[in-house]
Structures are given as C-alpha cells and as structure tokens.
Design a protein around this ligand. Sequence first.
Ligand code: FE2
Length: 362
Amino acid sequence: MSQDTFPINGVDHVRFYVNNARQNAYFYQHAFGFDIVGYAGLETGLKHEVDYLLKQGNTRFLFSAPIRPGHPMAEKIAQHGDFVQDIAFTVDDVDWSYKTAVERGATPAREPFSLSDEDGVVRLASIKTYGDVIHTFVDRNDYRGKFLPGFKDLNEPGDNIGIVEVDHIVGNVELGKMNEWVKFYADVLGFTQLVSFDDKDISTEYTALMSKVMANGSQTVKFPINEPAEGKKKSQIDEYLEFFGGAGAQHIALRTEDIQRTVTHLKNRGVLFLHVPATYYETLGERVGQIEENVRDIASLGILVDREEDGYLLQLFTKPITDRPTLFFEIIQRKGAKSFGKGNFKALFEAIEREQALRGTL
Ligand code: FE2
C-alpha cells in the first residue's frame, strides 16, 4: 500500500504563460517578495519568447511571454488570460518517468530531450493534464547552474516574506470530470486520495462543489481537484470555468512559517484578500481551542484557523490575482495539521459569493 509507484521529489517550478513577463516579475518581486534570479530572451538566443525566473525559499515561478505576433503561446493567453501552464516535477529519471506515464495512459506533450551548457545537462519531458496544463519532468542531477541551461543569472532581490514552498495546487475541472482526473493521478502518477469533500461539506445556501485531494507517494505534491455541484446559483467553480475557458489551476497555496508576517507584507503591498465577517472570530475559541497566536492579531489580519486531530493550520486567500475571476493564492501556515481547512469552507465560500455577487456572476 505504501509502495511509491511513481517517485517524484517535489514541485520543481510553476510556469505561467503571461502577456508581459517583465511586469509580472516586478509584481511578484514587490508584492510577494520573490527574488528575480534568471532570464532568457533575445539576449540569450531565444527568438520568440522571454522567460523570467523568480525564487523564494523552495518556490520557483517561471513567467513566460511571447514577444512576436502569431506565437502559439499568445493564442492560449488570449483564451485563458495569464495562467498556470506547467506544474513541473523534479524527478531522478526523466526517461523512465515519461515512458511509464505514457504507458499508463498519459497524453504526451513533449518527448524526453536534453538541454546543456557549461554548467552541465538537464533532462526534460512533458505530459498533459487537465485543460492546457502540462507536467514537465525535470532531472537536474547533472546540472550545477541555478535553473536550466540557456538562462542567465539575474540578481534583483525581493524582500523575502517567509514563503517556503508550494503547499498544494488546486485544479478546477468540468462537471463530471473530477473522478476522471482523480483516476488519472492515481493510475498514471501513482497518487493516492487523501481526503474527499462532497456537497454536504462544501455548500452554502447558494453554491456547492465537490473536491478530492490527491497526493504523490511521498506526499510532497498535493493536488485537490474540484468540480462544480448542483446549487441554487452558479458556483465559484462554474464561474471559473466560464471565465477561464475550461479546466485550469484555480489556486496555488504557498506555505509560510510566519503567516502574520507574510500576510502583513502582502497587504502593505496592495494584495487584496477575501474578508470573513468579524463574527467568525467570536466562535473561534470554541471551534479550534487554544492556539499560540493572539486571536486579536489574527482577527485584525483576517486570518482563518482550522483544527484537526494532528494540530491546526492558519490560512488566508487572496482575491483573484488576474483581471478574470480565475487564479488566486492561498497563504498557509501548518502547525501540525495536514489537511486543507475544511472548517473554514463555509465562511470562505460565503466570502467568495459576496465577491461573485459584486461581479454579477452568482
Ligand atoms: Fe487550498
């Protein structure tokens, strides 16, 4: 049962397709505290696109933009807006990973290939997942450089705000497709299901959704997968699918060791968060018991708390980070809890519905 049938070391990087990589790099540097550490473009021999690499803790974001008319990337960006195009995995054997995944039913995106420069060799290959998202396998065991061959180093530091790593990335898929993608992660990548939430867990007066959380053998990669469920009004998942133009990554949860510091910085730099009503904190003590943080501080930042058997977690969600009501971020700090804040779903979804009502999409 505990046999890992598809070894993955972790999320290597998250690649975004965007209209303007330079401006995205500034935003994530200034607002989210990332360092801008790498660049590839015309000056490094790329003819049609530009890439900026950002890093904080073990989190790597890659922003890629087309720089000529008619680029295929531009079509995807026109369809989805800026979006998560690749959730890349670090593996030890790219050829085995690719061959095995395809044998088990994955759709190929790119066959194994090597990139090299004076710092060594990186082996890569990609498979498709939901929507226009791919998973690239990356083996950098024979590479001494910072990222990939062809990138030049940049040194434009941000103020590190305590972000450590990607905790989980949530995919929104079409009605009736959740179990297909759950099966894909189980059959192809050997993931197992950690938890499931149905519309009894995740429903408000108006909207509902279903969710299953898949994790790889070493639990270094966690992917909740959502689909809409029948509700009185349009669910947040329906809204996402409509504005995004299909299935895609809904939110990226970034783990911090100090959520108060992280959220304070983000707020000071203008990042907007969802608000829960003050009444949420009146019953906090009954729901979660003793916590190390000062409840008044937590409340003033609007941070949510949930407790489970093994401990508790603190979390908070941004409003959509793009023009479309699609991609957003979660900031999460874990104090023993391994789950996803089920106790906060109701307050959270009601907050999302208030935003949907303002957008006229509820
Ligand atoms: Fe989450």
